[in-house]
Design a protein around this ligand. Structure first.
Ligand code: HEC
Ligand code: HEC
Ligand code: HEC
Ligand code: HEC
Ligand code: HEC
Ligand code: HEC
Ligand code: HEC
Ligand code: HEC
Ligand code: HEC
Length: 329
């Protein structure tokens, strides 16, 4: 939430006066509620719950935005438990101490804020969200690269406004949300050959879970290859004739995001293949002898034209042809 201040301090004072009464009344009700509230009460310096009507009286603009979110819909129309019913205070903790002096910076410990300026420690912010979201996709949050780099949920989410079609994100799309910090990846997806992420055919979360995973690099599967097989199933095989580096790791030859070489290749062909196939004297490494180059008078080698080695070895990911041992069919 961006802290906007559409109301003047004068008005705040007025409203505060009127509302304090309402607040106390609601507070008494709140105090007689579930014991679950006690833990949260300690959180905001012994405050008590007031109910969202009190908050909305001063925070009408925020409420207007909030109304369009899935949080508002569930908390107001179909709360599953008492905490959800508390609406604003489900995420902020009980609010009575905040009302004592909303504008005093020294009083900021009286509420959980999700902006940097407010100063609530990151661990406390995420704990509030995780009260309700700790399972499922968020299971591996503790210790994940984002958590250990002190990201808060609100670095990617705005739980108070509907800016994105899904996921209550801070930016209109998933990719834009990630690019705010990952500039290098933005550059990679702009290269000549790239996964169609900016074209909207897939997004970062098709391959990564930003909340944390059991595997490296926030990948959504146990290995790089398993991630790729999710969409490129034909590359999984099994093949009669396997090509060892393909089974080992797709990234031996491809960049997962983008490359300036054809087909996201790490290195241009034929050098790609020649990194490993160096059999001196064989046709594999013996490529650039003068007679084979364009304009040398003789026939230009098919190894430097078009798909290079693949002009003949076309089934580079594996072959199921009985005579496909050299991946030619
Ligand atoms: C009497 C008016 C008033 C009431 C009632 C009120 N607030 Fe506030 N609130 C303010 C003012 C003024 C600020 C701005 C303080 C500042 O920026 O220094 C503020 C700031 C906040 C912030 C800080 C946002 C940020 O991170 O920058 C949050 C969160 C908040 N209020 C939540 C609540 C909740 C939840 C309730 C209901 C329990 C509530 N407020 C009731 C006046 C009020
Ligand atoms: C009191 C429980 C509760 C708290 C606290 C809470 N949420 Fe939620 N959240 C929900 C519920 C209920 C939904 C509705 C969808 C569902 O059932 O998962 C939801 C949905 C979401 C969604 C998915 C929106 C969508 O379009 O599918 C996101 C993202 C989210 N919350 C983020 C947060 C963040 C970030 C915080 C902390 C600032 C937070 N939530 C705090 C209960 C909570
Ligand atoms: C690095 C960015 C990032 C951070 C940090 C982050 N999220 Fe998310 N979150 C996302 C993205 C992206 C999605 C997918 C949105 C979509 O599918 O539209 C998502 C989806 C969700 C969803 C809905 C889908 C699901 O997995 O259930 C919830 C709930 C959620 N996040 C909660 C949280 C909570 C709680 C935290 C803090 C502990 C958090 N997120 C931190 C980026 C982030
Ligand atoms: C607020 C800044 C921020 C945002 C937004 C953000 N990240 Fe990150 N991300 C980081 C930091 C910091 C690291 C750890 C340092 C590094 O590797 O650069 C990181 C690391 C990563 C890593 C590497 C993890 C590893 O094990 O090396 C991946 C993958 C990643 N982020 C994906 C995403 C995705 C996907 C999104 C969008 C949903 C996203 N990030 C949004 C800050 C951010
Ligand atoms: C097609 C799947 C896929 C998509 C889509 C994807 N990534 Fe990745 N990403 C990977 C793989 C695979 C790795 C490398 C894993 C490894 O080396 O272990 C990776 C690595 C990373 C890293 C770690 C640094 C690096 O480059 O090795 C970051 C950060 C990252 N991705 C961010 C993003 C962001 C941000 C997006 C969306 C804009 C995104 N990724 C989209 C598959 C993907
Ligand atoms: C979520 C689905 C998805 C995942 C996961 C995925 N891809 Fe793709 N990939 C695509 C789509 C869509 C295209 C574009 C196909 C098209 O435009 O015809 C593509 C295209 C490609 C291309 C060809 C690009 C070109 O210029 O023709 C390569 C190479 C590729 N992917 C490699 C990988 C690798 C390696 C991985 C694992 C790191 C991976 N893909 C994971 C969906 C995916
Ligand atoms: C030994 C290097 C190498 C490895 C390892 C490799 N590829 Fe490729 N891949 C290539 C080359 C070279 C091309 C271009 C083929 C062409 O021009 O016909 C290609 C093309 C592709 C294409 C686009 C054309 C097509 O065949 O659909 C996709 C998708 C692809 N690879 C996915 C993968 C996946 C997924 C993996 C891991 C399972 C993988 N590759 C591993 C070398 C490799
Ligand atoms: C990372 C190393 C690596 C790269 C890169 C690589 N290969 Fe291979 N390739 C191998 C290994 C290992 C074998 C298995 C060799 C064996 O069984 O003796 C193999 C086998 C082959 C075979 C079958 C050879 C035989 O003796 O049965 C052909 C043909 C082949 N590769 C062509 C290519 C082409 C064309 C490229 C480039 C698109 C390429 N390779 C890229 C490592 C690599
Ligand atoms: C004009 C077609 C053609 C091109 C282009 C070609 N090859 Fe071959 N390659 C073959 C044939 C035919 C064989 C099978 C020879 C045999 O079975 O004895 C072969 C065999 C191989 C073998 C198996 C070991 C060997 O030497 O017999 C490897 C490895 C290989 N090629 C790699 C490459 C690489 C790397 C390139 C690109 C620099 C390449 N080839 C370009 C036709 C080609």
């Amino acid at each position: 939430m961006k802290s906007s201040r559409p109301f003047t301090i004068k008005r705040v004072g007025l409203v505060a006066g009127t509302l304090y009464v309402v607040g106390i009344a609601t507070a008494i009700l709140a105090k007689t509620e579930a014991p679950a509230a006690t833990a949260a009460t300690a959180l905001n310096g012994g405050a008590i719950y007031l109910g969202e009507a009190v908050c909305i009286a001063c925070h009408a603009p925020q409420n207007k935005q909030f109304t369009h979110t899935v949080h508002a819909a569930v908390f107001r129309q179909n709360p599953k438990n008492e905490l959800q019913q508390k609406s604003c205070e489900a995420c902020r903790g009980p609010g009575s101490n905040h009302l004592k002096n909303p504008t005093d910076p020294a009083n900021r410990g009286s509420l959980v804020g999700f902006t940097k300026e407010w100063g609530t420690p990151v661990a406390q912010q995420t704990a509030m969200c995780l009260t309700c979201h700790q399972g499922g996709g968020q299971m591996f949050w503790p210790g994940s690269p984002h958590a250990s780099n002190q990201l808060s949920c609100s670095d990617c989410h705005n739980p108070m406004a509907k800016i994105s079609a899904t996921g209550l994100l801070k930016k209109p799309s998933i990719n834009e949300t990630c690019y705010t910090c990952h500039q290098q990846q933005r550059a990679e997806f702009s290269k000549r050959s790239h996964m169609p992420v900016n074209e909207g055919k897939l997004s970062c979360v098709d391959c990564h879970n930003p909340h944390g995973t059991a595997s490296n690099t926030l990948l959504k599967a146990d290995s790089v290859n398993e991630v790729c097989y999710n969409c490129h199933t034909e590359k999984r095989g099994p093949f009669l004739w396997e090509h060892a580096p393909v089974r080992d790791n797709c990234l031996t030859c491809h960049n997962a995001h983008g490359s300036n070489h054809d087909k996201l290749l790490q290195v241009a062909r034929p050098m790609l293949c020649q990194q490993c196939h160096t059999n001196a004297g064989g046709h594999q490494s013996d490529l650039y002898n003068a007679g084979q180059l364009v304009g040398a008078g003789g026939g230009v080698s098919s190894r430097v034209l078009g798909r290079s080695c693949q002009n003949c070895h076309s089934q580079i990911h594996g072959s199921n042809h009985p005579a496909g041992a050299r991946f030619q069919r």
